[in-house]
Structures are given as C-alpha cells and as structure tokens.
Ligand binder design. Structure first.
Ligand code: ZN
Length: 643
C-alpha cells in the first residue's frame, strides 16, 4: 500500500449548497413532520437516549436520526433544529474516554459508532469544528489497536464499508499512514462484497434458495450467517460502496468493478421500476408485489452519492436521481407524518394482513410511525438532505460539477479568493429545462461540468442563448470559460416518454428520471389501536397509523404501439409546493388502456401480473391518467400490455 487514489469528484462544504423552490419546500415539509418532531414523542430518540447519556436506547437509532436531522437543520438554517442536533454532537464528542472509545458505555458495538462517524463528518462539513478531527484520529488509532482482538461482529461485519468511508475521509485530511492499515483490517473483517456483487449468487427470490424457517431456526445469531447477511436488503444497499472504497486503497480492478456489476445484476434479477430492488427484507426477486424497505432506499442513495464521487460516472448519478425522485417520496406520506416499512411498485392496498414477504410482518406496508419495526423511523431522515449536499461536487481546483439536477443555489470560493454563486432555476425533474444563473463580483475562469443523463435522446446546452456543440448522453459536458456576472447556461433535456420492460414483460412508463403510475383513489383509515398500543405520545402529537383502501379500479392493461404507450396528452402543471402529493401532481400523462378483468385483488395484493402481451380483445379502449410514482400512495406502476 502506498497511498490512496483520489476521489474523481470531491464533496463541497455542506453549506455551499442550498435548496430552492420545490426542493426547499420538500425539506421544510420534512422539518415540519417527523424529522423536526420525532425526538419530542418517540422515546428511542428522546431525551433518555443512551447517546445523550440516558439509560434508554443506546444502539443505532440515535445516530440514524442525527444522520438526517443534522444536515436538514443546517440546510434550512433552522436554529431550533440546529440546537437539537448539536446537543447530540456535543454529548458524543464529550463522551470519548482515554482509550479513544466513545458513545454509550453500556453498548460497545462497533456498528452504531460507524453511523455517528458519518454524522460527525457532516457536522464538520457545515461547521469545521476543530474537535472533530482529533476525536476521529483518537478513535481510529484505538480501532487499529483493538480490532485484531475484538473484531467487528453482527451488523458491523456487513456494514464495515461505512467505517472505511470515515477512515478515508480522515485520511484525506491528515494523510496519516496508519489509517490505510486500518482500512485493510476493516476490509478483512468485512463481508466479501466484491465476490458477492461480481457474481450475485442469488438470481431470484431468496425464498427459492433458503426458506425463512431455516434462517429463523438459527435464532438471534442468524446475523452471523453469511446467507442472512448478504441478502439483507439494507446490508446490500450499504455494501455496494465497500468494494469501491477499498479499491481506492487496493487499486484492484475487481474491487472497482464490483459496484457496477452489483447494481446491474440486482436490477436484473430483483429490480423494480421505481429504481431499486426488492427486499422484504431479503432479496425477493422482481415481482412488483414484493416490498422494498425504506432503509434500503436511503442507504442506496448514500452509496450512490459516494460511488458518484469515487468514479465520476453518470451511471451512478442517474441511478441516484431515479431513486431520489421515485422510491424515496413514494414511501413517505406527502405530509411527512407517516411512512412505510415496505413499498410496492404495484401497491393496491395498504393494510395489516399476511403478504408474501420473505420475513417482514403483516403491518409492513401501512403508513405509520413504526410499521413492522422502527429502524426506518430513525433512518429515513437522511434521504433528502444528503441528496441536496451531493447535488454539486468539485473536480480539482477549478471544476464545478452539477451531479444531479433540481432547484438549488451553489456558493463557492475558488483558490485565490474569487467567489461565485450559481442559481439553478428549474422545476426539474417535472420539467426538462434547467437554467444556471451566474453571479460574481469579477470575471472568474473555471470549468462547469454538466451531467447529460444516459436516458436522454435529445439535449441542448446554451450559453447566453448560443448553442454549444458535442453533447453526449451518459457523459459530463464541460464548459471551460471565463464567466461574467449575469451569464446564463440553459440545459434542455427532452423528456421523451419511454416504456421499459420488467417482471413478466410488464411495462413501466418513464419520462426523464421519473416513473409514472396510475394513482388509485385512496381512503385513509386511522388505526387507533395500533397508535395507542405503543405510542400514546405520538398520537397526541398527531402522528397516526393508517391503512389505505382503494376506491377506484386499477386493473388496466396499457396499449402499446411500436413499443411505446399511446399518449393523447401530457400536461406539465408546475412543481408547486408539494409535488409528491397525489392531489397536486406536477405532470399528468394520459394514455390508452383497456380493463383487464382477469387481473384481480388477492390478499391485499394483485394476483400474479400476467405475462404480456395479454388478451383484452373484447374490451373498450379507455383513457387513464398517470402521475409521478413518488406522488402516489396506492398505484400500479408495472402494467400488463397489449398491442
Ligand atoms: Zn428500516
């Protein structure tokens, strides 16, 4: 080992990017909902948390919560939320003992500390608090000494990549050589994700390989079983970045290639149209009735953010937008006051009843405070804030990279002190037009790099109205120039409607990064008993649990002609303030369809989606309206079709 490769892109300071427009509204909805209030009524992150010195929960829930609360607080510059987050950070920094260990003394698991290290990196990124670097240095020196005798166990083994992430971050600050030795140890003690993602041994639902009973019989120690570890959907989502992070040190091509191979195979054998694989909560094949856990959605997003930085490839950023703009908003209520454990691509009823999950409970697709289990309740908060802090990255000293698009503004100071502000004015992803307005006191020379998504069929980039040549889909487009105050760059991404094929040849309707689906009329039913059972306080605070029952037909087959839907109408209605609310969709696509009478409900799910093309000869053509998947709570997103 002689050092570490450079990250292709580096992350900017946390407070250089601010959300604007609908994206800021989304973060504010989050702050007004569960993220801003959870600590006031959910005891697992309440004042008695072990991570605040209390005798309560002392494992992952406090750090999980902070991993989203902290960046949200700083992005919104919300003093009340900053004070809430800082309390946890101060306790943590003050908890470090002589040896370098930190956190609740009553729990010495390495795993929750991995999460808290990620929190501290974000905290440093916003504040540059001088306590953080010596704190991490002391802890990593302890890990180097102690890990050989007290190795990673249980959840820390498959999730060791998150520890490596933090070690490499510190190496970037200090270049201390021992950190690379620590990376080696953490990699040796980690699950072998490189082999797993290179060959993906599970090419259909884990049910077909290992019945849940077999793993259940192992008892609480099953987390030490490799079959369990490597098929657990959250481990998979987190594990994707480990080979790449280790590859920064090893330089080995197998490590560097594993994440791309892993994502492609996961999507082929377990993939769903909303941009993530199934896992309820182990890899469950690609039937759109299977569930995807919320924790896997936000962890996959973070892995993609890290992978984009490591490789600088459009591929990862494209996947990131797909998950952020579809799977994430779909599984959280539009008012951010409830969420699901498992979402389904074809979700026709949210109700407490047996479903063909691998091992999740009957309440997993309810919207509530902690349906099935409370991990997602604690972990869901990181999705949007980290997405925002990774929208721009830097390459070298003089390139600014627009990695993902959406309304925001970037403030940046180049070496030498020249400052620039770039306002990204757009309703993207609901519109394909993105304007960058440059503000600067003096002309400044730099390279503006813009992502041209792989899905785009036609794109144009203009500077002050003049078209620039040589765009290529799937690559970053560079504009090196001396920029003046008032310069405007416009990207026009043509949002063509396209159909992609999934399980049993089902058809999904996509437009740009958005998946479109049929919204089913919803009846929300308050479940008073569930709310009272565990969390009277939550109920008093107005955070309830709900079933959702369908009030309209959903059993349609789409008409395809030449591989695409027949679309009489597309309406762009503007992002508004709540684009992921089914009552205020920003885009509506009308398509031709027919009722498919043989496709019915069974046990709260659709019956098996028939293999397409399907026979609907005797039915009349009808028009159905599709809206963005992220704005639906009941829906069909993968359709049977006929020609
Ligand atoms: Zn979870």
């Amino acid at each position: 080992m002689t050092g570490m490769k450079e990250f292709y892109f580096t992350q900017l300071r946390g407070n250089s990017i601010k959300p604007r427009g609908w994206l800021r509204d989304q973060l504010q909805i989050q702050a007004d909902g569960l993220t801003g209030q959870l600590d006031e009524f959910w005891e697992d992150v309440g004042p008695n948390s072990g991570w605040l010195g209390g005798s309560g929960e002392n494992w992952e829930r406090g750090p999980y919560y902070l991993d989203g609360l902290l960046p949200l607080a700083y992005l919104l510059e919300d003093e009340k939320l900053i004070a809430k987050a800082t309390k946890w950070v101060d306790w943590t920094l003050n908890s470090q003992d002589e040896s370098g260990f930190f956190g609740p003394q009553a729990n010495d698991d390495w795993w929750p500390r991995m999460v808290m290290l990620k929190v501290l990196i974000q905290y440093y990124s916003f504040t540059e608090d001088p306590r953080v670097i010596p704190f991490m240095d002391k802890y990593f020196r302890l890990q180097l000494r102690v890990l050989p005798e007290r190795p990673l166990t249980a959840w820390a083994v498959p999730r060791s990549g998150d520890n490596i992430y933090s070690v490499l971050w510190l190496y970037g600050k200090t270049q201390a050589a021992y950190l690379l030795k620590l990376v080696e140890i953490l990699h040796q003690q980690c699950t072998d994700w490189t082999s797993f993602f290179s060959y993906l041994p599970y090419k259909s639902s884990i049910k077909e390989y290992i019945p849940w009973k077999t793993l259940e019989d192992i008892g609480p120690d099953r987390i030490n079983d490799n079959n369990y570890r490597q098929t657990h959907t959250v481990n998979v989502a987190m594990g994707l970045k480990e080979p790449a992070l280790y590859g920064m040190v090893s330089g080995d091509a197998d490590h560097q290639n594993a994440p791309t191979s892993g994502i492609k195979q996961l999507m082929r054998f377990h993939g769903l149209a909303q941009g993530i694989w199934s896992g309820d909560e182990h890899l469950s094949g690609n039937n759109p009735a299977q569930g995807s856990e919320l924790c896997s959605v936000v962890e996959y997003m973070f892995s993609l953010e890290v992978l984009t930085a490591i490789f600088g490839q459009v591929f990862f950023a494209d996947q990131l937008e797909k998950v952020a703009y579809n799977a994430l908003p779909a599984t959280i209520a539009p008012d951010w006051r409830s969420h699901q454990y498992d979402q389904q691509a074809n979700q026709i009823k949210c109700s407490e009843q047996p479903r063909p999950w691998y091992n999740n409970g009957e309440a997993s697709n309810l919207f509530g405070l902690e349906p099935n289990f409370g991990c997602c309740t604690a972990n869901m908060h990181q999705g949007w804030p980290k997405f925002v802090t990774h929208m721009w990255m830097q390459k070298g000293d003089d390139s600014l990279v627009a990695v993902t698009y959406g309304p925001n503004e970037l403030t940046h100071e180049f070496e030498g002190g020249k400052k620039i502000r770039i306002i990204q004015d757009t309703d993207y992803p609901f519109s394909g037009v993105i304007e960058f307005h440059i503000e600067t006191d003096q002309p400044v020379n730099f390279n503006l790099m813009l992502r041209i998504p792989a899905w785009v069929e036609g794109a144009a980039v203009q500077k002050n109205g003049a078209a620039l040549p040589d765009l290529a889909a799937g690559e970053f487009f560079s504009i090196r120039d001396t920029w003046q105050d008032g310069d405007v760059v416009t990207i026009i991404l043509q949002l063509e409607i396209r159909v992609t094929k999934w399980f049993n040849q089902s058809a999904a309707v996509e437009r740009g990064p958005l998946l479109f689906s049929l919204p089913i009329q919803e009846k929300w039913i308050n479940l008073p008993k569930r709310s009272i059972d565990r969390d009277q306080q939550a109920k008093q605070a107005g955070f309830l649990d709900f079933a959702i029952h369908p009030q309209s037909d959903w059993n349609y087959a789409l008409r395809l002609a030449e591989g695409n839907v027949v679309v009489p109408d597309v309406k762009e209605l503007g992002a508004g303030t709540s684009p992921f609310d089914p009552h205020t969709p920003p885009v509506e696509i009308t398509v031709e369809a027919k009722t498919l009478k043989s496709w019915t409900e069974y046990g709260g799910n659709t019956t098996l989606i028939p293999i397409s093309p399907v026979d609907v000869d005797e039915e009349e053509i009808t028009l159905i309206k599709l809206i963005p998947y992220g704005g639906t709570n009941l829906r069909i997103a993968q359709f049977p079709w006929f020609e």
